[in-house]
Structures are given as structure tokens and as C-alpha cells.
Design a protein around this ligand. Structure first.
Ligand code: HXC
Length: 519
């Protein structure tokens, strides 16, 4: 073969590989409103930055006639490229080849990019669109999945791992995304479940559609498996790129600081009036977040799940910061099982990747009742407590209004090693609210007063006395648990100054194999 023929062969083979499972199947993919595996990579990465690995890999299965059906690349496209100039590794499952199902060689391709991502300390992006284990390969395929899981586990907390689900993701295959830091699902075109509707029908008799069992809405609202439900793949791709903007390349690096054009000394007078006079009236804590962060930008995780707590990333003076905030607009911002799990996972994500944490507190306590107790609120609430107490990144806490009972301790209190704790003058830091306290402390006396008017007067006096004494920030400030009571309108620059001061913070936990967080 002449040199020119050799080069032509290479070009032909590349063209063949790029066709995946063939034109017909590529068209079918488009007809379902989905991009192809290669189109997704092109859109995710910086233009022209993709370097592909293992384009010529073929499967080794010799059963069920599969030896006659070969596709270059074997159903998954792998390699590396850049996002905003920073290196990332990527794999993208190609549904046009055997339904994107995973074979032994396919798994090896994914493992190769994961191994190299760990070697160089770069994020891993996985695009899932697959019918699961390649049935013809049996246990070889199952082993391949386990090889990937093991790498997901080793990479956890070392390099960011982002999963997008843009098609089927079923059976044990769901556990690879579940082990990663960010899960994005495209609405109506993706689903995830351990067992599908048919198995559910056979085993439990339940009649349920694919969408209702494992669609994006279900996982973004009910299960919490998905951090983001994207309207379509375009939004999903934008979210992949956006989520990496707030994370460093790996756990040994700091997040990237970008230029900030939003004035750092911006005063926001409207914040002085944002807390309603009525202590039980709701308000939207996101109004406060959007006001204080750079350029009103907030990437909210789990927006539709456990809405009584808000978590996500913003920047202050161009520096990424993770925000955790109770949401008085939903269930009064109470801490329950799902809110505790959601926030705990987010705090650990920030801590693993050196992102400072800002906590905005307005919490009436933990949600009471048998539902929560039977569901294990003790163990789940402990997760959040543990996550805050273990975190060594800079932590700034601002108490906006209520900070009651155990929830006060949990929400990044001074004693859980929060570095700087401020309170607004509207803060109420106490064991419980005035009404509850008077009911317990003065109950017998209240019941003994027969005259309605006198009784009401007595209760009011006692509540006022309690509020004066405890339901304010000054008792905590007297003890140094609150470092300063600040005017709400100055919040932005006080936060920026606090994080700037803390930027050289170094704190380590005692050496151990690993902690035993209450799972
Ligand atoms: C081999 C598969 C396949 C699989 C699909 N195909 N799934 N080939 N192994 N798991 C092939 C089909 O034969 C077909 O080939 C092509 O992919 C497209 O599939 P269709 O069924 O035509 O597509 P669609 O109607 O869109 O349905 C997609 C699907 C369905 C819902 C994913 O294919 C399906 O149910 N597949 C099986 C899913 C499954 O049970 N997987 C195992 C799960 S258990 P042609 O040649 O016609 O294009 C598991 C264990 C993991 O994954 C363990 C980890 C620990």
C-alpha cells in the first residue's frame, strides 16, 4: 500500500467511525428530538478542541451473530477537550450502535478516559444514552459497569464528575451517574430507573408509565436524583458548561476567580426592609441572594426538590461561593429529611472542591411529626450537621431572621467552626419562638387565669419579655457567637470582605481512614 493509500485508508476509517450505527439510525436519533453522541461532544466542548481516543476499537463478542456486526468505536465516543480553555475528559454513549449498550471494550474505553482524567486532575463528563448492559455480552458487560463504578468512586472528591442523561439510563447503569457530583436530565427525552415499568408491573402489579417512573420531572422533584431538569439538550449542555465554571479542576486547586464588574461596595437599601414586620410572614430568600451576589447570577441546584432549602453557586467579587439558604417561602423554611440531605450533599461538594460556603439562616426548626421521625430525621438531620462540622473551607453565616433550636446549631453555627457569623437586627436566635416558649414555661399560669382579657394580656407581656430577652441577635452577640450585627444593606460588601479575609484559611481534620457520616 502506498503512503497515499495508507492515508486514504485512515480517512475512510475515520469517516466510517463517524457514521456510528449508520445514517438511518442517526436520522432516527434526530427524529426523537435528540442530538447524536458526536454532536453533543461538539456542543459541550470549545470549538475544535476535541481529541478522540479509541476510534478504532471493536467489540470482541463472538456470540449471537455479533461477530458479523461491528461498528468502529463500539458505541461510545471518548476523549478530551476543553471548556473555557480548561481540560476535561468526556465520554458520550452512542445510541445508534446497539442502542448505546455497554460491552467489555466499550467499558474499557470509558475507564481509559477516567483513569487519565484522574492522572492529570481534570473533570470527567459522561453523556448517558444507552439501553444498559449489552445483553449478548452477559457478565463481561456487568464487569465493565463495575469497573466504571470503581473509578467513579475513586474520582469522587478528586475531580468533578458531571453526568448528563439524554436518553435511557436503566438498570444498574444508573449507579454511575448516581455516584457523580452533578446529574442533569433532559425533559421528556430521558429516564432513569433501576427496574422499568414492565418489571414493576410483574413484581408489584403497579401500572406506571416510563415518564412517571423515572422521567426528568420525577427525579428533579421527588427523588432528588437529578440536580437539574433541562428543558432540552441545549439547556442541558449549557448547564454542563456552567456547573464547571464554579468548580476547580481538582481537589488540589482553588476555583477560578474571574473579573468582577459588579461594584464590591454596592449598598442595597431595599434589604433593610425585606424582612416582613410579621415574624411569621414569608418572603423569598432568593430575592436576597440575587441582590447580594455578583451580577444577579445564581446557579441553583435541586431547584424543584426540597424547596424549603435553597442551594447553589454564585460569585462574590468574581470568586465562586456555594450558598445554602433556608427558604421561608416554602414550609416556612423548616428543616426536614429531604432538605437536610440536599443541603448536606451540597456542603460536601463545596468542601471537597475548596469552594467557600455562605449560609443564610431563617429556620424555625426541624419539621415535627411521626412522618419525619419514622423516616429518620434524626439520622438525616445529622448529615447536615456532620457536613458543616467537617467542612474546612471558609464559612460565613448570616442569620436573617429565625434561628431556633437544634436547627440553629446545624445551620453553620459558630460552634460548627463557621469562621464569621453575622446577624441582621431582625435575627431571633433562641431555643424556640416566643409563643412556644411562653406556652411551655407559663402554661400552668396561663390556664389558671379565668378572665380572657387578663389571660391574653399576661401572655402578651410574657411573649414580649421573652422576645426582648432572647428573640434577638444581641444575646448571641454578647457571647461572641455572632461576630457582628450588620445593617442588611451592607451585606454584600461585608460578605466580600469576610471571604477575602478568609481566603488564606488553612484547616485540617485529624488524620483518619475516613469519617463515618451517618448515611
Ligand atoms: C444489546 C440493545 C440493547 C441491549 C437496545 N439494543 N438495548 N442491544 N443490548 N441492552 C439494541 C436493539 O436491539 C436495537 O438494535 C437498538 O439497540 C435500538 O433499540 P430499540 O429497542 O429499537 O430502541 P427503542 O425502541 O428506542 O428502545 C430503547 C430501549 C430498549 C428502551 C432501551 O431497547 C430496551 O428496553 N432495551 C433493553 C434494556 C435492558 O433491559 N437493558 C439491560 C438493563 S440491565 P437494532 O439493530 O434494531 O438497531 C443492565 C444491568 C447493568 O443494564 C448492570 C450494572 C451493574
Amino acid at each position: 500500500m502506498s503512503r497515499q493509500q495508507e492515508i486514504k485508508k485512515l480517512i475512510d476509517l475515520r469517516a466510517e467511525a463517524r457514521l456510528g450505527g449508520g445514517l438511518k439510525r442517526l436520522e432516527k436519533q434526530h427524529s426523537k428530538g435528540k442530538y447524536t453522541a458526536r454532536e453533543r461532544i461538539e456542543m459541550i466542548l470549545d470549538e475544535g478542541s476535541f481529541e478522540e481516543f479509541d476510534m478504532f476499537v471493536k467489540h470482541r463478542c463472538r456470540d449471537f451473530g455479533l461477530e458479523k456486526e461491528q461498528y468502529l468505536g463500539d458505541g461510545v465516543i471518548t476523549g478530551h477537550g476543553t471548556i473555557d480553555g480548561r481540560v476535561v475528559y468526556i465520554f458520550s454513549q452512542d445510541f445508534t450502535v446497539f442502542g448505546g449498550s455497554l460491552s467489555e471494550t466499550y467499558a474499557k474505553k470509558i475507564c481509559k478516559v477516567m483513569d487519565q482524567a484522574l492522572l492529570v486532575g481534570a473533570p470527567i463528563i459522561g453523556i448517558n444514552d444507552s439501553g444498559g448492559a449489552r445483553i449478548q455480552e452477559g457478565v463481561m458487560s456487568l464487569a465493565g459497569y463495575a469497573d466504571i463504578f470503581q473509578r467513579n468512586i475513586m474520582a469522587s472528591g478528586v475531580v468533578p464528575q458531571i453526568s448528563a442523561i439524554f436518553g435511557p439510563c436503566a438498570g444498574g447503569a444508573v449507579y454511575s451517574p448516581a455516584l457523580t457530583d452533578v446529574v442533569i436530565m433532559s425533559d421528556k427525552t430521558s429516564y432513569m430507573f433501576v427496574t422499568g415499568p414492565k418489571v414493576a408491573k410483574t413484581v408489584t402489579g403497579e401500572d406506571i408509565t416510563t415518564e412517571d417512573l423515572g422521567g426528568a420531572t420525577v427525579h428533579a422533584t421527588k427523588s432528588g436524583v437529578a440536580h437539574f431538569r433541562a428543558d432540552d439538550e441545549d439547556e442541558g449542555i449549557m448547564l454542563i458548561r456552567k456547573s464547571l465554571e464554579y468548580l476547580p479542576q481538582n481537589n488540589l486547586e482553588e476555583p477560578i476567580q474571574t473579573e468582577c464588574t459588579d461594584p464590591i461596595d454596592r449598598i442595597n437599601d431595599e434589604l433593610n426592609d425585606i424582612i416582613p414586620e410579621n415574624p411569621n410572614a414569608p418572603y423569598d430568600v432568593k430575592d436576597i441572594i440575587y441582590t447580594i451576589v455578583d451580577d444577579e447570577e445564581f446557579l441553583e441546584y435541586h431547584r424543584h426538590y426540597a424547596k424549603n432549602i435553597v442551594v447553589g453557586f454564585s460569585k462574590f467579587n468574581g470568586m465562586p461561593v456555594g450558598i445554602v439558604a433556608n427558604q421561608p417561602n416554602y414550609l416556612a423554611g423548616v428543616l426536614d429529611i429531604n432538605a437536610s440531605k440536599k443541603a448536606a450533599r451540597f456542603v460536601r461538594l463545596c468542601d471537597a472542591f475548596n469552594v467557600p460556603i455562605l449560609t443564610l439562616v431563617d429556620v424555625p426548626g426541624f419539621l415535627p411529626g411521626s412522618n419525619q421521625e419514622y423516616g429518620g430525621i434524626i439520622i438525616h438531620g445529622a448529615k447536615l450537621l456532620f457536613a458543616y462540622g467537617e467542612a474546612t473551607v471558609p464559612k460565613v453565616t448570616i442569620t436573617l431572621r429565625k434561628s431556633y433550636g437544634g436547627a440553629h446549631d446545624v445551620m453553620s453555627s459558630k460552634q460548627l467552626r463557621s469562621d464569621i457569623n453575622y446577624a441582621w437586627p431582625s435575627a431571633e436566635i433562641a431555643v424556640m419562638g416566643a409563643q412556644g416558649a411562653v406556652e411551655i414555661l407559663e402554661g400552668r399560669k396561663v390556664r389558671s387565669i379565668e378572665n380572657d382579657e387578663e389571660r391574653e394580656k399576661f401572655v402578651q407581656e410574657k411573649e414580649d419579655e421573652y422576645k426582648e430577652k432572647f428573640a434577638n441577635p444581641y444575646v448571641a452577640a454578647q457571647h461572641g457567637f455572632i461576630d457582628d450585627v450588620i445593617e442588611p444593606r451592607n451585606t454584600r460588601f461585608r460578605i466580600i470582605r469576610a471571604f477575602r479575609t478568609l481566603s488564606t484559611k488553612k484547616q485540617t481534620n485529624p488524620p483518619k481512614k475516613h469519617s463515618n457520616i451517618p448515611l
